[in-house]
Structure formats: structure tokens, C-alpha cells
Design a protein around this ligand. Sequence first.
Ligand code: CO8
Length: 177
Amino acid sequence: METELPPRHPEAPAPGTELGPHYAKCFGCGEQPDGLHMRMVAGDGLYLDSTFKVLEAHQGAPGLAHGGLLVCAFDEALGTTAGTFLRRPAVTGKLDTDFLRPVPVDSVLHIRSTLDGVAGRKVYVSADGRLDGPEGPIAVKARGLFVTVKLEHFAKHGRASDIAAVTANPSMLEVNP
Ligand SMILES: CCCCCCCC(=O)SCCNC(=O)CCNC(=O)[C@H](O)C(C)(C)COP(=O)(O)OP(=O)(O)OC[C@H]1O[C@@H](n2cnc3c(N)ncnc32)[C@H](O)[C@@H]1OP(=O)(O)O
């Protein structure tokens, strides 16, 4: 597959900028009570640095993070990486995850997610999640294929009441991404 490394979009947030939620009700980055409440900072290249603190509600086994919620954290980080540097929304087509170490409750996963290339509407992204700090051991790795979509994608497929809510209150949504 031929891919290109795109330029960092000129309107991408400056390096060091903390990103706000792309959608107020997003489970990954929004205000959902038991959500992941991820925090993300733009890097100086085509990467984002994110943190996810594993809480009581995120368990799958006693004292350990649920694997599906770890996948959710990577979905969020990778999708936001695609959207942030292309300034276009992108949805998950494919997501592949390697779980290398257990992730305990109360730990913070430090995720660096990178835009690796684009081919038409396909966006290739990857990420490493580390424990005990940004230089700690890798606990989870992920690679994803995201597909850029127009805003109509959400208007067409989303629940009507939620589309109406963001139409009435556009500040709930960061349009780009
Ligand atoms: C800022 C945002 C942060 C978001 C973080 C969270 C992200 C999410 O959770 S998004 C929700 C989960 N994902 C979804 O709901 C997506 C559901 N799927 C779809 O809507 C559609 O299948 C969609 C949009 C991905 C593709 O459909 P469509 O627009 O018709 O495009 P389509 O022509 O099929 O595919 C475009 C290209 O992508 C490729 N592609 C699409 N899906 C896949 C896949 N699963 N595997 C490999 N390639 C794929 C196609 O082969 C095609 O490639 P090419 O251009 O070389 O022919």
C-alpha cells in the first residue's frame, strides 16, 4: 500500500496545546461520569501525547483495567490524532491491539499516538501506551486504519436527539476535528 506522510495542517493546534474534548458526550474525552476523561496534548510533529487514568469503574478483573476499555483509549487517541493533524473527522475502520502487560487500577497510561501515513481517505495511525511515566515500559500497542468522512456521516447515522442537541448547542462539538 502506497502511503504519503501528510504535512501538519497549518491550523493544527500548536505544539504543547492541550486539546479540549472533540464532543462533550464522548466516552473517551468528554464528560461522561464513568468515561475515560482522556487528556491530550499536541506534539511538535504528527503525534499526540495522551493520558488515561484507570479508575474503579474501568476494571475487567480485580484491580486490572478491562481490555476493551484500553482499546477504547487507543481508539480515542488514534482517531483524535488523525482528526487533529488533517483537520478532518475520521472514523475507525480497523483497530489492532497488542496487550503486553497488565494495567492496574489507579495507574496512568501514557499514550503517544502518531499519524504514519495517508492513502486517499485512509489514515494509518499507531500508538504505544506506557506505564509509570512517558518513558516507562510499554503495556499496550495499537495500529489503526481510520477513514475520513464528511460531517454528513454523523448527521445521517447518529441518533436524531443527539444531532438536534449539538445543532442547538454547537459548542458541544469541536468540528475540526
Ligand atoms: C476526532 C474523532 C475521534 C474519534 C475517536 C473515536 C473513533 C470512533 O470510535 S468512530 C466509531 C467507530 N467506527 C465507525 O462507526 C465506522 C463504521 N464504518 C463506516 O461508517 C464505513 O464503513 C466507513 C466510513 C469506515 C467506510 O465507508 P465508506 O465511506 O463507504 O468508504 P469505503 O469506500 O467503504 O472505504 C474507503 C476506503 O477505506 C477502506 N476501508 C474501509 N474500512 C476498512 C476496513 N475495515 N479495513 C480495511 N480497509 C477499509 C476501503 O477499502 C476503501 O479503500 P480504497 O479507497 O483503497 O478503496
